[in-house]
Write a protein that binds this ligand. Sequence first.
Ligand code: MSP
Length: 519
Amino acid sequence: MSDRTFYVTTPIYYVNAEPHLGTAYTTIAADALARYRRMTGYDVMFLTGLDEHGQKIAQAAEENGMDPQSWVDAIAPKFKAAWEMLDISNDDFIRTTEERHKRGVQAFWTSLHDRGYLYRGHYEGWYCVPDETFWTEEQLEDGKCPQCGRDVEFLREDNWFFKLSEFGQPLLDFYEAHPDFIQPETRRNEVISFVNQGLKDLSISRTNFTWGVPLPFAENHVTYVWIDALLNYITAIGYGSDDPAEKAKFERYWPADYNFVGKDIIRFHCVIWPAMLMAAGVEPPKSVFAHGFLLTKGEKMSKSKGNAQTPASLVERFGVDAYRYYFLRDVTFGQDGSISMESMVQRYNGDLANDWGNLCSRLFNMVGKYFDGVVPEVPADEAETDEDATLKAFAGFLPEKYEAAMARLDYIGALEAAWDLIKDANRYIENQAPWNLAKSEDTAGRLAAVIYNALEAVRIAALFTAPVMPNTSAEVWTRLGLGDIIATTDIASSAVWGQLPAGSPVSKGDPLFPRIYED
Ligand code: MSP
């Protein structure tokens, strides 16, 4: 096992409805990163899961005439099935109703209680059930939730409180000492100015319903759902367990490299979460990265707006790899991005069918036609032309360019780097015109070199498109007679030019991305 570890998480999703494009977006982004890090030799822990407690879930269950546990048990498989359909390679899947999580949550709050960070108090204020968020009178906008615009309810409860107000300065110091903790920069500024306004103590328990983790030191109190949910990032890897293997796991993977979140939940992740961990003497994660919203016709796609689409229909039309590609290629990670059927068809036909799919088809076809379906041997004395050198250079730059982009979660930049090679390979084939070389005497020399070079470019491009489009890359390598691309653990060495063995059988196969015609 590699001693370089990498731990990335998605938010855990509410099980009040089925997964939609928005929740799938975070999950795909985390998946592409996890896959890439595995290909660069890291021992990766990629966690996703479900947020199953709280008033909102209890209400959803009731509306559906079910008890909460039966309800969450009915929805959980739908999330698992959606992630399987989208080829999500998570290493674990946590549900907050699992014993391991509940035990960890209780251990955590017991520890904060023992450390003197909790006290009993009285809460009076507003609460937004859909967002599971407390609001003060001044924060409301026209009497509604300032975040989602929906109705809020007035709460009057004797609760337990966490002394969040003591963490203002420690948090500001932490942000300063760890400039990468909140990303991107705009979110960092937003959080800093929020903390600068002063923090209020946080109510951490609820008493007017029971669907939550009981607070071990307070009868009839269940933990507030957010502070239950945030802990999933540590309970999943063994926090609170006595089992030595679980303890070792926690030591191994914590602190996480990235908690991926949507921009609507940064205060929980960048203020409450690190303060909770500081109070417990646990290091905060290295980085919280907040992406933007997917917009359709200018509006946030959401369950409550009724404009949420499930991934299934798009996957059916475009295929899973194209689905994954579209969202990572068209939406800048960290900003809001408009999505539409038109732009998806355009990306599909342009980048995938024309550039990538076509490159593979025409090339594999030519190997069949000119070299009986095997990778040709290039004579040792075959001279390298400037254009050969240019193509090789594109392949040579790719690992570094790709790494630099992925290190800043610039998925578009990473895919563009891969496309530079794909496009140059297409240009190369056009310019070299193997169909003309095939008519000459020198098929064993120049023609062999051109076909070999283009195949090699394809082999390497498949490596760098694999994190986003794992199925297509696996298929390309299979057609090249190569092994399991997904098992690559040193992508940079695998990308060194010239490793495609002569004599390897190449099969043509069906088009990788058959053109889609708009209806
Ligand atoms: N359960 C909490 C998270 C707890 S994490 C400790 C939650 N769940 S959620 O299901 O409502 O949302 C999960 C994530 O999906 C959020 O990060 C949210 O930003 C994201 N998205 C929901 N709709 C979205 C879009 N339209 N676009 C992109 N992502 C959005 O919040």
